[in-house]
Design a protein around this ligand. Sequence first.
Ligand code: 1CP
Length: 348
Amino acid sequence: MTTTLVRAARSQPVDRTPVWFMRQAGRSLPEYRELRQGNQMLEACRTPDLVTEITLQPVRRHNVDAAIFFSDIVVPLQAAGIDVVIEPGVGPVIAHPVRTQADIDSLPELTAEMMPDITESISRTAAELATRDDTALIGFAGAPFTLASYLIEGGPSRNHEKTKAMMAGAPEMFSQLLAKLAAMSTTFIDVQLSAGAQAFQLFDSWAGYLSPRDYRTHVLPHSQRVFSDLAGHDVPSIHFGVQTGELLPAMSEAGSTVVGADFRVEFTDASTRVQPGQALQGNLDPALLFAPWEALQPRIEQIVRDGLSHSGGHIFNLGHGVLPSTDPEVPGRIVDEVHRISTALLSG
Ligand code: 1CP
């Protein structure tokens, strides 16, 4: 039985709009904070007991239509042997940033054998979810450009200046780096799909820092490669980046089944910027979860209605991740509301 989320991704008929939230696992949940006490983020990501439990926490609490595999975009880098840590309050920090041709040449390759724990975590989570009615498991990886930014900058960056300097000044080197990272992302997702994930999302979180021309020249071919190399799995894919309103036409050409819209673009505009009939995901502003329900409800209803008017399927989501201080009761209320409104509209 295919799940509602998979059918919506494929723009097939559904009886409700499926919904999940980026960053639905994590710091907004007290049960997550409790489990994470005393362990490092990347250690937790490699421990199947913890990964399975953390992945399922938001499913139980919010009744979302999909679990997203609990991991991080730097896990494949670490699995390949790159020295990276996730510093609390900062994010990923790379011990030896990649700046020269020699740095690129010496990057290790990633193989499935380096990640038996990922296979185990996914299989166990998929088995648990199979006991529920209709909940998909979404795998993911970082897109080549976003991973390159962390590697080149050495950590989170406000302006991505070293990354852009390499892109413009040494485009051949930059392309070699992105090709290597595309291979790693593909391997990471391939392992997840082989173990039972039913869809995947490619996060190009920082692509929105690029102009459409630079994106098309230096980034799009590598993201395209990830989607085409995984096409044999025949599962739906989602392609998302932050602040990508201007980039949606280009990103929609990468070959994903679904395009994720950031909250800074009107859903109805996003609808005209993707390929005809291509499904959309999004795009409620995560900060609106702090607004009173009377103010939030009409925003939810508008996005559900816009989604049903779109020429392809719609997966309801936020336009970026759940903020850590979000009231953990609110996402579940949104799930119920999206289901209630969409069921009524679809049956009426
Ligand atoms: O200790 C903690 O709780 C650290 C916070 C945290 C969490 C919960 C980090 C550090 N990563 C994660 C999990 C995570 N990361 C998930 C799975 C959980 C879920 O979505 O429910 C996913 C999909 C990611 C992906 C990820 N990591 C992205 C892409 C999504 C996005 O937000 O755009 C990015 C950019 C990262 C890097 C990263 N990891 C962690 C932080 C704080 C950051 C961002 C740092 C920065 O600003 O550059």
